[in-house]
Design a protein around this ligand. Sequence first.
Ligand SMILES: [Zn+2]
Length: 447
Amino acid sequence: MESNTHSAPLCVTVITTMALTFVVEAECSVTKARSSRLTLPHTTACTPMFMPVGTQGSLKGLTPPQMVQLGCQVVLGNTYHLGHRPGAETVAAMGGLHAFSGWHGGMLTDSGGFQMVSLAKLSSVSEEGVTFASPHDGTTVLLSPELSIAMQNNIGADIIMALDDVVSSLISGPRVEDAMHRSIRWLDRCIAAHARPAEQNLFGIIQGGLDPRLRLYCLDAMIARDTPGFAIGGLSGGESKDEFWKMVHLCTQHLPADKPRYLMGVGYAQDLVVCSALGVDMFDCVFPTRTARFGKALVREGELALKHKRFATDLSPIDADCGCYVCKTFTRAYLHAVVKSHTGAQLISYHNIAFQLRLMADIRAAIEADALPGFVTAYMQTRFGPNVPQWIVDALFAVGIELDFATATPVAWPLPVAADFAAVVASEPGPPVAVDPADDGLAAMDL
Ligand SMILES: [Zn+2]
């Protein structure tokens, strides 16, 4: 693939691998946000971007032409669901998921591990892989790094994810450290098993729970593996928002600037705004379509619960500024009347995806105009008024945005510096040694 160095006048960074070209086209002069062009085998996507979750290759209730109409760039498919039905080998025999599902845009598949752990009644982790009882027929299945990659090679997505040892962000102690080291060893096995590196990009997933030292160790080890992009994993699992943003901030601070950064499982609008300012390029979440099935429509002020009787006679659209097919065609009163039907879920899903994609387009435009701080300030004022959650005030302050209408007085969170980073990773390739907090410069962190 050719480098785009000469075709992008604003280009500040370019990386080209066999199946991926990443061009940073604009950087915010205040925050860590950047706007980029990510060229993959099936699409050229603009980041920061939101990737809707398509489960089996198609968004629930939306056809591929509708997904194109909405401006979907990359859709996320679940390897676990596809592996169960129709089966990864069947998908391969049909020419891959693009041909099988009729979606010809960008696609990303997960490793299958998270679904297995969350859906299976019993699962256990060994060095070999994740063993679980299938929720479908009760048989015992071993998902190894090699099997995950073989399935993802068969499905054929543009971006595939390493199998990692997923630990709840609410767990602390030695299990978190074990899982982080195992995730690094499994990444090596995934790289070795990857049969289509010229057509598919394997991303490593940064683990380490809520411990900055473990995160830094994992960052160093995985960056050394030089995968085409990196995901930040193990967050958005019930930890406090304060812990959440600090781990994101730490990861984006250390991930290479010339590779895409993907924050997994994050999709609330305010989180997309904050984490874009923290330097994240890619997001995915089931939230917009899942909340639509509960009758909730996304708007800049929050959510409209369309089941509520106050919408029964409301003749306005969900959002007069939206411009999507649903907002141009239907009233809140109509959507209230059909809210419990498949039609209602489908129409609200359509709007919610349009909402997410428009928000990301607005974020990109603000970055390109170097006007992100003003955009973020206006967004938070619309969303929260004077009651902006403290974690948002603090996270934005850490990247140079002060919300002058917010009443709280934030305290900056000092990031570990490079010297601390070097000290922490000095013990590689073995497990990290215990570090005295008084010596490693990390003690001042508010964790
Ligand atoms: Zn709409």
